[in-house]
Design a protein around this ligand. Structure first.
Ligand code: F6R
Length: 599
């Protein structure tokens, strides 16, 4: 969702630091951007623009904007369309305060009505704008800036990572509830952000804020307090990845770079967990965890596809398991019994997933987060955390985190159950980084994409482990090409969707191995072929599907579980090259955001 950056202690480079931070955060939200600078000169200067960060940069060339401390924001609209006036930060009536926010203030309408009745002038449609006006009320009553900020926060309900600057005050104030906020520390400067990449070029030392906490950053240092103002002891952490990992390293897009990083990401995920030589899988962090008697997964989007795959892994090991869309889990909770509830969430901050995990916890379940982000809300709130170790993912469409989720779920299922499949599966996992590299080296997806660039729609089909792969292939395609794409269980085509199949709807079929699932998929491909639809087969050559396919995207022979990863890489490349040929905004597709922190 929205990206936030704040900085104190770089008096001659405040604006530059904020803009640099926003450029690293644009993937979180990119329908408008703004900055507010404050400090010694007695004023708060705000500049904000609808559209991408470039528009703000352009506007800043024509205005003088100064300050020794500042805050900046990239927005993903919730309340009010993406316009200049709805862009953050928002001032109070007198322009002495500027506030920005990520999240949703649920009681904003009641507060706004009260404030309008006492003559406050609102200039935006946002929920956020109530906060500067609440602060203004408290300042008028004689409160200090810090007290006024606290007073305003005590009035709002909902989710927020929120930050404010004040005229004549060389400090930044912030608070968090159900929305990520992290502080960055170095010797003479302090930062706050929704996400570490925003300040990673300046420091690797971070402090993760918890719900209900407030922080004050000024040139003398930083302090975190609880809602009653009591100091909270925080342990700084050092982030392990370097700033280069958040650059494009010569690739045209972050997504392409991240697709190509998959062999390395997978090696990291498996390091120390899969025995290099033997048939052994180990998860030190779960040494004391009793084997689950049943498992419920909760997740959204791409992570939900990983969850569907994870549930199948556990079922194959004889453990009842089911995947739920996190957004539905709370609305219609399943009986929980003694299930282990696993939240799969790359960011660890997805509001729907957090809320499902909290519901499970409330009902007495043990919870486990499978996540990429150390210190994320999911990691901190769950009883256990399994890190997928994919490194930072900047492209909005998930790629390497999906592959690493599948690998981590394999390790988890193998380590916590006694699967008859263990031996072969462990060997295949060990070979997986190399198999993915082979796909990357030889993929013909670019030319195949070119053949079907005018297609009306794309259908993806697969069975068993390849069913989530098909769903994920379709999601990638629709997200970044804006073309209609659907994933189906291969056996379902004939129960309805076949009516949509024409010469202008390529069917991408995943038929790997020569097992029952692959053979049946080939049968479904024949149904499609008979209706003159072009067929693109993702295959390792063992199912004989080539005979019915117009094009093939090969993957190395492997276990069906790991073939889901190699096949996904082909589908990521197919979506990427289709989007590139259509000239789409691949890293920041329309209407999407990287971390969805509202329900
Ligand atoms: C799609 C994508 C989204 C996320 C979903 C959940 O490419 O990235 O569908 O998978 O928003 O996000 P996380 O995994 O952060 O919970």
């Amino acid at each position: 969702m929205c990206g936030i950056i704040g900085c104190v202690g770089r008096p001659n480079e405040t604006l530059e630091t904020l803009i640099h931070g926003l450029s690293k955060l644009e993937y979180r939200g990119y329908d408008s951007a703004g900055v507010a600078l404050a400090g010694r000169d007695g004023a708060v200067d705000i500049e904000k623009r609808a559209g991408k960060l470039e528009n703000l940069r352009g506007a800043l060339e024509n205005v003088e904007i100064e300050g020794t401390v500042g805050i900046g924001h990239t927005r993903w609209s919730t309340h009010g369309p993406p316009t200049d006036r709805n862009a953050h930060p928002h001032p109070d009536c007198d322009g002495d305060v500027a506030v920005l926010h990520n999240g949703i203030i649920e009681n904003f309408q009641t507060i706004r009505d009260e404030l309008v009745a006492s003559s406050h002038e609102f200039r935006s449609d946002t929920d956020t704008e109530v906060v500067p006006h609440l602060i203004e009320e408290a300042l008028d009553d004689g409160a200090t800036p810090e007290a006024a900020f606290r007073e305003a926060i005590s009035r709002i309900g909902g989710s927020y990572a929120i930050a404010a600057v004040f005229a004549d005050t060389e400090a930044v104030f912030c608070a968090r509830q159900d929305s990520p906020l992290v502080l960055g520390l170095n010797d003479d400067a302090y930062y706050l952000a929704s996400d570490v990449p925003a300040f990673r070029d300046y420091t690797d030392t971070v402090v993760y804020m918890e719900d209900g906490e407030f922080a004050r950053l000024d040139s003398n240092g930083w302090a975190v307090t609880d809602a009653s103002g009591e100091p909270v002891e925080k342990d700084p952490h050092v982030v392990e990845w370097d700033a280069e990992e958040t650059g494009k390293s010569g690739y045209d897009h972050y997504m392409l770079k991240e697709i190509h990083e998959q062999p390395r990401a997978l090696r990291e995920c498996l390091r120390g967990r899969v025995d290099e030589l033997g048939d052994h899988v180990e998860l030190e962090e779960f040494a004391g965890l009793a084997p689950p008697t049943s498992v419920q997964f909760v997740a959204c989007g791409t992570s939900y596809h990983a969850a569907l795959y994870g549930a199948q892994l556990f079922r194959e090991a004889g453990v009842p398991a089911q995947a739920f869309l996190a957004s539905e889990y709370r609305t219609s909770p399943p009986p929980i019994g003694s299930s282990l509830v696993i939240g799969v969430t790359q960011s660890g901050e997805t509001a729907d997933t957090l809320s499902a995990l909290r519901e499970a916890s409330r009902r007495g379940a043990q919870t486990l987060a499978v996540t990429n982000v150390i210190g994320s809300s999911a990691a901190r709130e769950c009883d256990h955390a399994l890190y997928i170790r994919a490194g930072p993912e900047i492209g909005v469409a998930a790629s390497k985190t999906f592959a690493s989720q599948l690998a981590a779920l394999n390790v988890l299922a193998l380590a916590t159950t006694r699967s008859a499949e263990s031996r072969k599966a462990i060997g295949a996992l060990r070979d997986l980084p190399g198999a993915v590299q082979a796909v990357l080296d030889d993929s013909t997806s670019e030319s195949v994409a070119g053949e079907y660039i005018d297609a009306d729609a794309y259908f993806f089909i697969g069975r068993g482990y390849q069913y989530p792969t098909a769903l994920e292939g379709a999601l990638k395609m629709k997200e970044i090409t804006y073309k209609h794409a659907e994933g189906f269980a291969a056996g379902e085509l004939k129960h309805g969707p076949l009516a949509l199949v024409t010469q202008r709807t390529p069917v991408i079929a995943i038929a790997v191995g020569d097992d029952e699932a692959a053979k049946k998929t080939v049968g479904n491909i024949k149904e499609v072929e008979a209706r003159n639809a072009p067929v693109i087969a993702v295959t390792d050559g063992r199912s004989g599907v080539e005979r019915y396919a117009d094009h093939t995207l090969p993957v190395p022979e492997s276990h069906p579980r790991t073939a889901a990863v190699t096949a996904s890489v082909q589908l990521q490349l197919l979506a990427y090259h289709s989007a590139a040929q259509l000239g789409r905004s691949i890293d920041k597709p329309r209407n999407l955001a990287k971390s969805v922190t509202v329900e």
